[in-house]
Design a protein around this ligand. Sequence first.
Ligand SMILES: *Cc1c(COP(=O)(O)O)cnc(C)c1O
Length: 395
Amino acid sequence: MATLLVQVARDQPTDQAGVLVNPAVTRGSTVLFPTVDAMQRNGQRRYDHEMIYGAMGTPIQHQLETAIAAIEGARHTQIVSSGLAACTTPLLAFLSKNGHCLIPDSVYGPTRRFANTVLRRFGVETTYYPPTIDAAGLHAAMRPNTQIVFTESPGSHTFEVQDIRMIADVAHEHGARVMLDNTWGIGVFQPFRHGVDISIQALTKYPSGHSDTIVGAVSVADEQDWHVLRDTCIQIGQLAGPDDCWLTLRGLRTMGARLEKQSCAAIDIALWLAERPEVSRVLHPALPSCPGHALWERDFTGASALFGVVFKPEYGVADMTAMIDSLTMFGLGASWGGYESLVLPTTHGITRSCPAPADDGPALRLHIGLENPNDLIADLSAGLDVLSRRTMPQD
Ligand SMILES: *Cc1c(COP(=O)(O)O)cnc(C)c1O
């Protein structure tokens, strides 16, 4: 993967001319053609990354599309304006009026909001299923009008790993497409090998890697699906700006090194946290104690540096808040995948249709950046002292 990330979608020197290592970013709306005939011939080539009009994407967008398709093992990729647009655009493309969509209860919050507002308004019904559903349960949840089984693995904030192969088998048996939010699994989960039809990523996270751009990608395995997706993107005007694509393509080149370093540090810190008396559970699929570990081991070749921590129920939200406020190495903010460490409280603001275990204490999510892990552990250790000083657990 690291070699692919360095080599994919680069310009090559010719006999006549050298090239810059990174492609130039070109900006534009109007594309000029020499003749009417040339203009019309180009207009028919909307599916093969031709330059027709700026709203259909610029060369740097198409270069990024080639790179993401190679990383995901996809037939084609469409770059869109954000990770959320990568979730919503295929839902608009592949669902229709009176259709039905199955979405895991552990889904990224804004995807749920889109299903509950826009999709509902357009006559599409959504059912939320437990992310760890078994084959019998999924068969029972499928309806004759189920068009998409949405998956997200591991789940947002709660990190359940889904059995994507089983889900794909069942969905396909019922004639539905499988869509995956593969943002956590970028490069370490190969969606199309497991039967996924549509894989999306928030390139905002590790691919751009520097917390300074918002971009998304939608990838498909099938040529007909590509036409449906591409037509929809053109019809609704979905694309990403050339500067954002350029930043993302540049970020991708170092993603192998960043991901490896951040992933190792995250596992070390997760293991350290799991030993702490204040901690009830660490939600990290690479830890054998995590319920999704066996599926993660079967299907993934690595892990992101994003995981959850659930405290013991004797601690209150106010105790955890005091801990978070005391941290100096962890930025407090949304998103993740940059070079810097982040913390986010996750106890409130997570909507679940299926009830969570009642005995959980407050929870937070950590993203581990490229700082020295010892500095991060020292900061967390001081923070946990703040937490335990506030509430001495009862014997
Ligand atoms: C961040 C994120 C998104 C949305 O990406 P944006 O670029 O911030 O819109 C979608 N899905 C998951 C799992 C994410 O973490």
